[in-house]
Design a binder for this molecule. Structure first.
Ligand code: NDP
Length: 256
Protein backbone atom coordinates (compact mmCIF):
# COMPACT_ATOMS: atom_id res chain seq x y z
CA UNK A 1 0.00 0.00 0.00
CA UNK A 2 2.65 2.54 1.05
CA UNK A 3 4.73 1.84 -2.03
CA UNK A 4 1.75 1.83 -4.40
CA UNK A 5 0.39 5.27 -3.47
CA UNK A 6 3.76 6.79 -4.34
CA UNK A 7 4.21 4.74 -7.52
CA UNK A 8 4.57 6.82 -10.71
CA UNK A 9 5.04 3.93 -13.14
CA UNK A 10 3.48 4.85 -16.50
CA UNK A 11 3.24 8.55 -15.60
CA UNK A 12 4.93 11.31 -17.61
CA UNK A 13 6.46 14.35 -15.91
CA UNK A 14 7.76 17.62 -17.34
CA UNK A 15 10.29 19.45 -15.15
CA UNK A 16 11.15 22.98 -16.29
CA UNK A 17 14.62 23.98 -15.16
CA UNK A 18 15.19 20.28 -14.62
CA UNK A 19 18.76 20.33 -15.91
CA UNK A 20 20.30 21.31 -12.56
CA UNK A 21 19.71 22.42 -9.00
CA UNK A 22 16.34 21.84 -7.34
CA UNK A 23 14.72 20.80 -10.65
CA UNK A 24 17.16 17.96 -11.17
CA UNK A 25 16.68 16.88 -7.55
CA UNK A 26 12.94 16.61 -8.20
CA UNK A 27 13.44 14.92 -11.59
CA UNK A 28 15.63 12.27 -9.94
CA UNK A 29 12.91 11.58 -7.36
CA UNK A 30 10.16 11.33 -9.98
CA UNK A 31 12.28 9.07 -12.19
CA UNK A 32 13.10 6.84 -9.23
CA UNK A 33 9.35 6.49 -8.54
CA UNK A 34 8.85 5.30 -12.14
CA UNK A 35 7.89 8.39 -14.17
CA UNK A 36 9.21 9.20 -17.64
CA UNK A 37 10.79 12.66 -17.56
CA UNK A 38 11.04 15.56 -20.00
CA UNK A 39 13.86 17.85 -18.90
CA UNK A 40 13.20 21.41 -20.06
CA UNK A 41 15.75 24.25 -20.13
CA UNK A 42 17.56 26.60 -22.50
CA UNK A 43 21.03 25.11 -22.12
CA UNK A 44 20.91 22.01 -24.38
CA UNK A 45 24.20 20.56 -23.10
CA UNK A 46 23.05 20.69 -19.46
CA UNK A 47 19.61 19.28 -20.35
CA UNK A 48 21.09 16.44 -22.40
CA UNK A 49 23.47 15.59 -19.55
CA UNK A 50 20.58 15.50 -17.04
CA UNK A 51 18.45 13.30 -19.32
CA UNK A 52 21.44 10.99 -19.89
CA UNK A 53 21.94 10.67 -16.13
CA UNK A 54 18.28 9.70 -15.63
CA UNK A 55 18.42 7.20 -18.50
CA UNK A 56 21.53 5.64 -17.03
CA UNK A 57 19.58 4.99 -13.82
CA UNK A 58 16.93 3.13 -15.88
CA UNK A 59 14.35 5.88 -16.46
CA UNK A 60 12.84 7.05 -19.75
CA UNK A 61 13.98 10.64 -20.25
CA UNK A 62 14.30 13.28 -22.96
CA UNK A 63 15.73 16.78 -23.06
CA UNK A 64 13.73 19.55 -24.73
CA UNK A 65 15.44 22.89 -25.34
CA UNK A 66 12.86 25.52 -24.50
CA UNK A 67 12.71 29.09 -23.28
CA UNK A 68 9.69 28.91 -20.97
CA UNK A 69 8.91 32.61 -21.49
CA UNK A 70 8.11 31.93 -25.16
CA UNK A 71 4.52 30.76 -25.69
CA UNK A 72 5.16 29.11 -29.07
CA UNK A 73 8.17 27.25 -27.65
CA UNK A 74 6.14 26.11 -24.62
CA UNK A 75 3.31 24.82 -26.83
CA UNK A 76 5.87 22.93 -28.94
CA UNK A 77 7.48 21.49 -25.79
CA UNK A 78 4.15 20.09 -24.55
CA UNK A 79 3.40 18.66 -28.01
CA UNK A 80 6.86 17.05 -28.19
CA UNK A 81 6.38 15.44 -24.76
CA UNK A 82 3.03 14.02 -25.87
CA UNK A 83 4.56 12.73 -29.11
CA UNK A 84 7.45 11.06 -27.29
CA UNK A 85 5.62 9.63 -24.28
CA UNK A 86 1.91 9.73 -25.27
CA UNK A 87 0.66 11.77 -22.31
CA UNK A 88 1.40 14.47 -19.72
CA UNK A 89 0.50 13.70 -16.09
CA UNK A 90 2.82 15.89 -14.05
CA UNK A 91 4.10 19.43 -14.66
CA UNK A 92 6.74 20.95 -12.40
CA UNK A 93 7.07 24.70 -12.99
CA UNK A 94 10.52 25.18 -11.53
CA UNK A 95 12.49 27.40 -13.97
CA UNK A 96 13.53 30.58 -12.24
CA UNK A 97 16.00 33.46 -12.10
CA UNK A 98 16.75 36.38 -9.81
CA UNK A 99 18.21 39.81 -10.45
CA UNK A 100 19.37 41.18 -7.12
CA UNK A 101 18.80 44.94 -6.99
CA UNK A 102 16.71 47.24 -4.75
CA UNK A 103 13.43 48.54 -6.20
CA UNK A 104 14.77 52.05 -6.89
CA UNK A 105 17.54 50.62 -9.08
CA UNK A 106 15.85 47.71 -10.88
CA UNK A 107 15.21 48.49 -14.58
CA UNK A 108 11.86 47.75 -16.19
CA UNK A 109 13.50 45.18 -18.50
CA UNK A 110 14.94 43.40 -15.45
CA UNK A 111 11.56 43.41 -13.69
CA UNK A 112 9.90 42.01 -16.84
CA UNK A 113 12.54 39.33 -17.27
CA UNK A 114 12.14 38.02 -13.71
CA UNK A 115 8.32 38.12 -13.79
CA UNK A 116 8.21 36.38 -17.18
CA UNK A 117 10.67 33.66 -16.22
CA UNK A 118 9.30 32.91 -12.75
CA UNK A 119 5.57 33.61 -13.05
CA UNK A 120 4.35 34.01 -16.64
CA UNK A 121 6.14 30.77 -17.55
CA UNK A 122 4.05 28.86 -15.00
CA UNK A 123 0.90 30.27 -16.59
CA UNK A 124 2.07 29.38 -20.11
CA UNK A 125 3.16 25.84 -19.21
CA UNK A 126 0.09 25.09 -17.07
CA UNK A 127 -2.32 26.38 -19.70
CA UNK A 128 -0.55 24.36 -22.41
CA UNK A 129 -0.50 21.16 -20.30
CA UNK A 130 -4.12 21.44 -19.16
CA UNK A 131 -5.85 19.82 -22.19
CA UNK A 132 -3.63 16.72 -21.97
CA UNK A 133 -4.27 16.37 -18.23
CA UNK A 134 -8.01 16.90 -18.62
CA UNK A 135 -8.11 14.31 -21.39
CA UNK A 136 -6.20 11.82 -19.20
CA UNK A 137 -8.71 12.29 -16.38
CA UNK A 138 -6.39 14.13 -14.03
CA UNK A 139 -2.97 15.56 -13.38
CA UNK A 140 -0.56 17.19 -10.96
CA UNK A 141 0.95 20.67 -11.22
CA UNK A 142 3.74 21.69 -8.86
CA UNK A 143 4.86 25.31 -8.83
CA UNK A 144 8.07 26.39 -7.14
CA UNK A 145 7.78 29.41 -4.88
CA UNK A 146 10.33 30.55 -2.34
CA UNK A 147 10.75 32.00 1.14
CA UNK A 148 10.12 35.21 -0.84
CA UNK A 149 6.54 33.99 -1.34
CA UNK A 150 6.18 34.82 2.37
CA UNK A 151 8.89 37.38 3.19
CA UNK A 152 10.21 40.45 1.41
CA UNK A 153 13.84 41.36 0.76
CA UNK A 154 15.39 44.69 -0.21
CA UNK A 155 17.35 42.99 -3.00
CA UNK A 156 14.47 40.97 -4.52
CA UNK A 157 11.47 43.16 -5.46
CA UNK A 158 10.64 41.39 -8.74
CA UNK A 159 11.63 37.96 -7.46
CA UNK A 160 9.45 38.28 -4.34
CA UNK A 161 6.55 39.62 -6.44
CA UNK A 162 6.87 36.66 -8.82
CA UNK A 163 7.06 34.13 -5.99
CA UNK A 164 4.13 35.67 -4.11
CA UNK A 165 2.25 35.53 -7.39
CA UNK A 166 3.10 31.86 -7.82
CA UNK A 167 1.20 31.01 -4.63
CA UNK A 168 -1.92 32.88 -5.71
CA UNK A 169 -1.68 31.44 -9.24
CA UNK A 170 -1.44 27.97 -7.69
CA UNK A 171 -4.57 28.54 -5.61
CA UNK A 172 -6.49 29.83 -8.63
CA UNK A 173 -5.58 26.84 -10.81
CA UNK A 174 -6.35 24.49 -7.90
CA UNK A 175 -9.88 25.86 -7.67
CA UNK A 176 -10.43 26.06 -11.44
CA UNK A 177 -9.18 22.57 -12.22
CA UNK A 178 -10.35 20.58 -9.18
CA UNK A 179 -13.39 19.37 -11.19
CA UNK A 180 -10.90 17.91 -13.71
CA UNK A 181 -9.07 16.02 -10.94
CA UNK A 182 -5.96 18.17 -11.41
CA UNK A 183 -4.22 19.02 -8.14
CA UNK A 184 -2.06 22.16 -8.07
CA UNK A 185 0.34 22.82 -5.23
CA UNK A 186 3.37 24.98 -4.53
CA UNK A 187 6.64 24.13 -2.83
CA UNK A 188 8.44 26.94 -1.01
CA UNK A 189 12.14 26.06 -0.78
CA UNK A 190 14.26 27.57 1.96
CA UNK A 191 17.90 28.34 1.23
CA UNK A 192 19.23 25.59 -1.02
CA UNK A 193 22.78 25.15 -2.26
CA UNK A 194 22.49 25.58 -6.07
CA UNK A 195 24.00 27.77 -8.80
CA UNK A 196 21.36 30.41 -8.05
CA UNK A 197 22.38 30.80 -4.41
CA UNK A 198 26.10 30.39 -5.08
CA UNK A 199 25.76 33.74 -6.91
CA UNK A 200 23.69 35.17 -4.03
CA UNK A 201 26.36 34.18 -1.54
CA UNK A 202 28.95 36.00 -3.61
CA UNK A 203 26.76 39.11 -3.89
CA UNK A 204 25.29 39.36 -0.37
CA UNK A 205 27.70 39.82 2.50
CA UNK A 206 27.25 37.37 5.38
CA UNK A 207 24.37 35.50 3.70
CA UNK A 208 25.83 32.04 4.26
CA UNK A 209 26.11 32.46 8.03
CA UNK A 210 22.79 34.32 8.38
CA UNK A 211 20.97 31.42 6.74
CA UNK A 212 22.70 28.89 8.98
CA UNK A 213 21.88 30.90 12.10
CA UNK A 214 18.17 31.13 11.23
CA UNK A 215 17.64 27.57 10.00
CA UNK A 216 16.65 25.19 12.85
CA UNK A 217 18.00 22.25 10.82
CA UNK A 218 21.35 24.11 10.92
CA UNK A 219 22.27 23.48 7.32
CA UNK A 220 21.62 24.72 3.80
CA UNK A 221 19.25 22.51 1.83
CA UNK A 222 20.40 20.21 -0.96
CA UNK A 223 18.73 19.55 -4.33
CA UNK A 224 17.96 15.99 -3.30
CA UNK A 225 15.86 17.30 -0.37
CA UNK A 226 13.16 17.92 -3.03
CA UNK A 227 12.84 14.36 -4.34
CA UNK A 228 10.38 13.22 -1.66
CA UNK A 229 8.03 16.22 -1.76
CA UNK A 230 7.97 16.05 -5.58
CA UNK A 231 6.97 12.38 -5.48
CA UNK A 232 4.31 13.05 -2.83
CA UNK A 233 2.73 15.93 -4.78
CA UNK A 234 2.90 13.95 -8.06
CA UNK A 235 1.38 10.73 -6.76
CA UNK A 236 -1.94 9.33 -5.56
CA UNK A 237 -0.69 10.03 -2.03
CA UNK A 238 -1.70 13.69 -2.52
CA UNK A 239 -4.99 13.24 -4.38
CA UNK A 240 -6.94 15.29 -1.75
CA UNK A 241 -4.18 17.90 -1.36
CA UNK A 242 -4.62 20.97 -3.54
CA UNK A 243 -3.89 24.70 -3.44
CA UNK A 244 -1.29 24.38 -0.70
CA UNK A 245 2.13 26.03 -0.43
CA UNK A 246 4.47 23.71 1.46
CA UNK A 247 7.74 25.07 2.86
CA UNK A 248 10.73 22.75 2.45
CA UNK A 249 13.13 24.86 4.43
CA UNK A 250 14.58 23.06 7.46
CA UNK A 251 12.30 25.27 9.60
CA UNK A 252 13.54 28.65 8.28
CA UNK A 253 10.00 30.05 7.98
CA UNK A 254 8.84 28.99 11.47
CA UNK A 255 11.83 30.35 13.36
CA UNK A 256 10.58 33.02 15.78
P1 NDP B 1 19.33 27.04 -10.81
O1 NDP B 1 19.88 28.36 -11.27
O2 NDP B 1 20.26 25.94 -10.44
O3 NDP B 1 18.28 26.49 -11.86
C1 NDP B 1 17.42 27.33 -12.56
C2 NDP B 1 16.86 26.52 -13.71
O4 NDP B 1 15.93 27.33 -14.45
C3 NDP B 1 17.93 26.08 -14.68
O5 NDP B 1 17.71 24.73 -14.99
C4 NDP B 1 17.70 26.95 -15.91
O6 NDP B 1 18.05 26.24 -17.08
C5 NDP B 1 16.19 27.17 -15.82
N1 NDP B 1 15.74 28.37 -16.52
C6 NDP B 1 15.98 29.66 -16.20
N2 NDP B 1 15.41 30.49 -17.09
C7 NDP B 1 14.78 29.69 -18.00
C8 NDP B 1 14.02 29.94 -19.16
N3 NDP B 1 13.76 31.19 -19.60
N4 NDP B 1 13.54 28.88 -19.86
C9 NDP B 1 13.78 27.62 -19.45
N5 NDP B 1 14.48 27.32 -18.35
C10 NDP B 1 14.99 28.35 -17.63
O7 NDP B 1 18.40 27.45 -9.58
P2 NDP B 1 17.68 26.61 -8.45
O8 NDP B 1 17.71 25.16 -8.71
O9 NDP B 1 18.17 27.15 -7.17
O10 NDP B 1 16.19 27.17 -8.63
C11 NDP B 1 15.11 26.39 -9.10
C12 NDP B 1 13.83 27.06 -8.64
O11 NDP B 1 13.81 27.07 -7.22
C13 NDP B 1 13.69 28.52 -9.09
O12 NDP B 1 12.34 28.79 -9.41
C14 NDP B 1 14.12 29.30 -7.86
O13 NDP B 1 13.55 30.57 -7.83
C15 NDP B 1 13.56 28.40 -6.78
N6 NDP B 1 14.16 28.61 -5.47
C16 NDP B 1 15.48 28.35 -5.24
C17 NDP B 1 15.99 28.54 -3.96
C18 NDP B 1 17.40 28.26 -3.60
O14 NDP B 1 17.79 28.52 -2.46
N7 NDP B 1 18.21 27.71 -4.49
C19 NDP B 1 15.16 29.05 -2.86
C20 NDP B 1 13.79 29.27 -3.23
C21 NDP B 1 13.33 29.06 -4.48
P3 NDP B 1 18.72 26.94 -18.37
O15 NDP B 1 19.72 27.93 -17.86
O16 NDP B 1 19.30 25.80 -19.14
O17 NDP B 1 17.57 27.59 -19.09
Amino acid sequence: MTTKIFDLTGKVAIVTGGNGGIGLGMARGLAHAGAAIAIVGRNADKSNAAAAELKQSGARAIAISTDVTDKAAVDAMIARTQNEFGRVDILVNNAGINIRKPPHVLALEEWDSVIKTNLTSAFLCSQAAYPAMKQAGGGKIINIGSMMSIFGASFAPAYAASKGGIVQFTRSCAVAWAPDNIQCNAILPGWIDTELTQNARREIDGLHDKVLARTPAARWGASDDFAGIAVFLSSAASDFVTGTAIPVDGGFSIQG
